[in-house]
Write a protein that binds this ligand. Structure first.
Ligand SMILES: Cc1cc2nc3c(=O)[nH]c(=O)nc-3n(C[C@H](O)[C@H](O)[C@H](O)COP(=O)(O)OP(=O)(O)OC[C@H]3O[C@@H](n4cnc5c(N)ncnc54)[C@H](O)[C@@H]3O)c2cc1C
Length: 399
């Protein structure tokens, strides 16, 4: 028998979030002749960071019609939700698209894998990878050392470990160990310690900050929330699934980040003239994203990452309509504000936490105080951001 006909590879998939689980499921579905092991510390495969949440206010941020595990059957997730009676009125957007609680997406993927885990087509090693060594020789093999003391041999290693967690901004270091600093925004136990009238500073204004606002609001929090990010770009709301008409970003495909920017700006202006929204332009950009990215050389990709990624992220990763409504309501009532600013210094004393930050183009620093997590003070109106550009350092207290 030839070596090739005997080939029965051992495939180790590192990380069992959506990506790792989807790869494992596709291998099992296709009946690939291999030993497939997913190495993932979480008890269920398919959940990962995004879909482990049990918080009802956390919703998928793209319609369920676009979150199928089966690319050839886009309605698979919707059908699964429907079959299990999991779609409620509150899940429906105005255009009829469905935005369910995010944990359901994890359950959907986990349920798809269960039969293959039961019949042994797939194995789940509940552990973290600690170390990898490669054997030398004719048939090189990887030896994976795991946190549960076990090890796995693999011929092929698929790395699906998601994005690394962000580093704590250096300015927040003085708060490490303080009750007032919540480093895990997905920890229900930590968020529940926030009093209903406490002032909260969220560092960052992307989807995770939207999750935090939605959770606090559901918990009955009515205090002031300030979301601060250097660029001040916040995740934009869902705006339908339509594609901009008469636009093709691949013909000709932009070869520089600047041309891409100009092309997109023009497409947005043209779309608005036609009565279409900017979201339709970004829907098309997402559809054609791979070809656009492939046409940029490494220098232009680096330029994109340096100057445009923050805008891309804010417009491409959108907030579910239900969450967008909460954000709009809190902003209108004056208990939520987004500020383009850079943290400058943070300190804690008996009064609470003092946070200084510098607005974009401003020499002024402001001071915010957040009382310690156990106390609860009456809400006060949030002062409008200062426009002073005075050269002297002044401190202002939003407390
Ligand atoms: C808050 C949030 C909400 C999101 N909402 C949506 C949404 O609604 N719709 C959408 O399409 N996308 C959403 N996304 C994007 C989402 O991250 C991707 O869709 C997808 O879930 C990414 O999956 P992943 O498997 O690549 O990464 P992850 O989900 O991060 O999974 C990586 C896995 O690797 C494991 N791992 C890491 N290191 C090791 C190690 N050393 N050993 C073993 N295992 C390890 C981790 O435990 C983790 O389970 C969201 C993302 C976030 C953060």
């Amino acid at each position: 028998m030839s070596r090739q006909s005997r080939y029965h590879p051992r495939i180790a998939i590192l990380g069992g979030g959506f990506t790792g689980a989807a790869i494992a499921w596709n291998l099992a579905e296709a009946g690939v002749d291999a030993d497939v092991t997913v190495i993932e510390p979480q008890p269920e495969l398919g959940r990962g960071l995004a879909y482990s949440t049990r918080e009802p206010a956390h919703r998928i941020n793209v319609p369920a019609s676009q979150m199928s595990l089966r690319p050839e059957a886009p309605a698979d997730f919707i059908n699964w939700l429907d079959h299990n009676g999991l779609i409620e009125d509150a899940d429906l957007a105005r255009d009829g698209e469905v935005f369910v609680q995010r944990g359901l997406s994890g359950r959907y993927v986990a349920e798809h894998l269960t039969p293959y885990l039961r019949d042994g087509s797939l194995t789940h090693q509940r552990a973290r990878l600690m170390n990898v060594t490669a054997t030398r020789g004719f048939d090189p093999t990887l030896r994976l050392s795991l946190s549960n003391g076990g090890s796995e041999l693999a011929d092929i290693l698929v790395v699906a470990t998601g994005n690394p967690l962000p580093e704590i901004p250096a300015q927040l270091q003085p708060l490490i160990g303080s009750n007032a600093l919540i480093l895990d925004p997905f920890s229900p136990a930590r968020l529940e310690t926030i009093g209903v009238n406490e002032r909260v500073l969220i560092v960052g204004s992307g989807l995770t900050s939207a999750d935090v606002v939605a959770t606090l609001d559901r918990q009955g929090h009515r205090g002031q929330i300030l979301a601060l990010a250097r660029h001040g770009q916040r995740s934009q709301p869902y705006g339908g699934t339509a594609l901009a008409s008469g636009v093709d970003f691949t013909n000709p495909v932009p070869r520089t980040a600047l041309t891409l920017l100009r092309t997109v700006r023009r497409a947005v202006q043209d779309a608005e003239i036609r009565g279409e929204n900017w979201q339709s332009v970004f829907n098309l950009l997402r559809r054609q994203g791979q070809q656009i990215w492939a046409a940029l050389d490494m220098t232009e990709r680096a330029r994109f990452n340096r100057h445009l990624k923050v805008y891309w992220d804010a417009h491409r990763h959108r907030v579910a309509p239900q969450v967008a409504r909460i954000i709009a309501a809190r902003t209108a009532e004056g208990t939520l504000a987004y500020v383009a600013a850079r943290l400058s210094r943070v300190a804690e004393d008996v009064e609470g936490v003092h946070v200084g930050f510098r607005g974009r183009g401003e020499a002024l620093e402001r001071l915010v105080m957040r009382s310690t997590a156990s106390s609860s003070r009456p809400a006060r109106p949030m002062p409008a951001p200062s426009t002073s550009t005075g050269g002297r350092r002044r401190w202002r207290t939003l407390a």
